[in-house]
Ligand binder design. Structure first.
Ligand SMILES: [Zn+2]
Length: 459
């Protein structure tokens, strides 16, 4: 294992900055998200001591419960707060102006933010039927009218609430895959710190980042995998990698730039998900390895009336101009691209290196829409509504016509998810076949280096 002093220090510094909030270059009104004072200067590489997970935003009212003797601490700490002597006592918060109005233990107050902190860290506080390690912080939603609930906790405890939800619960024979997932999730976390800073936390507790459900329903084997890989992350060129992963690659992983309008990364290249020249992919046994969806033409036409205008709107977002070329070619002047009208034809014009759909032309009454990259999944949404988007962009189309009129559209595809980085289904098979977590990670993030960040900044 090699250390990465410089980037790790940067991460540590970034985290301290996040933890301190005001006075560290952050938005002035943002209350601190840390339970702990400033960290001492790190003697070497450090892991972030604490991170903030956004559990809810823009709430009218937030009710948290103590899991044992706890402190309710207004922030900044001008007020001494309240001690809740037992489990099941509530902290109720609402918003007034830019402040939080709180009630707990028969007292009330108003503060910039308020924190519920157990005296014994084992007495986990609760919110919305779930328990959470660390503490809970209620802040005014930055830029919104309600309240945001942030769970502050250490990185390893956070992963305990992530790994079972991201890869599932499995038997001992698959431990190496759980370890690989722990490293990927830890790396994702470290590399994304700071991106949600304007919201008052580090990460969403959802698929927007990683699914996190607190300490309720942790999995012993996942916890073992997290402990066994403690501090390990993947780096490339001394920086944490963008450790994307998805459920099933369909037999061939994708390059990041073929899926999203992002820069290429040397460790996120397309390759067969198989050992050497073995024709059978590791993920071939996965239940969604092969799939199909069938739309009556009228139903797809109705879907496209909503999804094509939504796609055009999506393209207006930042950074998407990288996908050069027309997104809509009108059949004649004066048509409204937000009203596609009758569906006439669909044609896959280009495929990516991994065989995924790169450009799909959808010809409608109004004109031709050119749908690019992974967004085809949001345009051709399944007729049943489940899953909400098409499983992958690795598919073929079959069109059935009668008397020249489109009757049925069938997509036959493979895989589930974007296919970048680790294929979770493949990783589980690799583990069963005896690969180590390092071997699994080397397969899915070729050229990335496994390094251990030293724990640091403990309170
Ligand atoms: Zn795969």
């Amino acid at each position: 294992m090699r250390r990465i002093p410089r980037s790790a220090r940067l991460i540590g510094a970034l985290f301290v900055c996040l933890a301190l909030g005001p006075g560290c270059g952050g938005p002035k009104r943002l209350p601190p998200v840390s339970t702990f004072p400033a960290l001492p200067p790190a003697p070497g590489p450090v892991l972030p001591a604490l991170l903030g997970v956004g559990l809810a935003e823009n709430q009218d009212r937030i009710v948290c419960a103590s899991g044992g003797p706890s402190l309710v601490i207004p922030v900044p700490e001008r007020d001494e707060g309240v001690r809740l002597p037992e489990a099941g006592q509530t902290l109720v918060c609402t918003r007034r102006g830019d402040l939080v109005v709180w009630e707990a233990g028969g007292r009330s107050g108003i503060a910039g933010a308020v924190r519920l902190q157990p005296v014994d860290p084992g007495d986990l506080p609760g919110w919305d039927q779930r328990l959470y390690r660390g503490d809970l912080l209620v802040i005014p939603s930055p830029g919104g009218g309600g309240l945001t609930l942030v769970n502050n906790l250490d990185l390893e405890s956070y992963l305990q609430g992530v790994v079972p939800w991201e890869i599932g619960r499995h038997g001992e024979s698959r431990l190496a895959a759980l370890e690989a997932q722990a490293v990927a999730a830890r790396t994702y976390t470290v590399s994304h710190l700071g991106e949600r800073r304007a919201r008052g936390f580090d990460l969403f507790a959802s698929v927007m980042d990683q699914v996190y459900k607190g300490a309720t329903d942790e999995d012993p084997l996942c916890n073992q995998a997290i402990a066994g890989t403690r501090g390990l992350i993947l780096t490339h060129g001394g920086r944490p990698v963008a450790a994307y992963y998805s459920a099933c690659c369909g037999g061939v992983t994708s390059q990041i730039e073929e899926v999203w309008p992002k820069a290429a990364e040397p460790y996120l290249v397309s390759h067969p998900d198989a050992a050497g020249h073995d024709p059978e992919p590791f993920c071939a046994g996965y239940r969604h390895y092969a799939w199909s969806e069938t739309w009556p033409a009228a139903q797809l036409e109705a879907t496209l009336q909503e999804t094509l205008p939504a796609y055009l709107e999506y393209l207006l977002g930042g950074g998407r101009a990288r996908w050069a070329g027309p997104s809509f070619t009108p059949r004649q002047g004066g048509v409204d691209p937000d009203r596609p009208g009758r569906l006439i034809d669909l044609e896959i014009l280009n495929r990516t290196r991994s065989g995924r759909v790169a450009r799909l032309a959808i010809r409608c009454e109004a004109g031709t829409y050119h749908v690019r990259g992974d967004r085809v999944r949001w345009v051709l949404t399944p007729p049943s509504g489940s899953p909400a988007i098409l499983r992958s962009a690795l598919f073929d189309l079959e069109l059935e016509r009668r008397d020249g009129v489109l009757q049925t559209v069938i997509a036959r595809g493979r895989g589930y998810g974007h296919g970048i980085g680790m294929c979770q289904a493949g990783a589980l098979t690799m583990a069963e076949r005896g690969y180590s977590s390092a071997g699994i990670l080397a397969h899915y993030y070729p050229g990335a280096e496994l390094v251990r960040l030293e724990p640091g900044g403990s309170p």
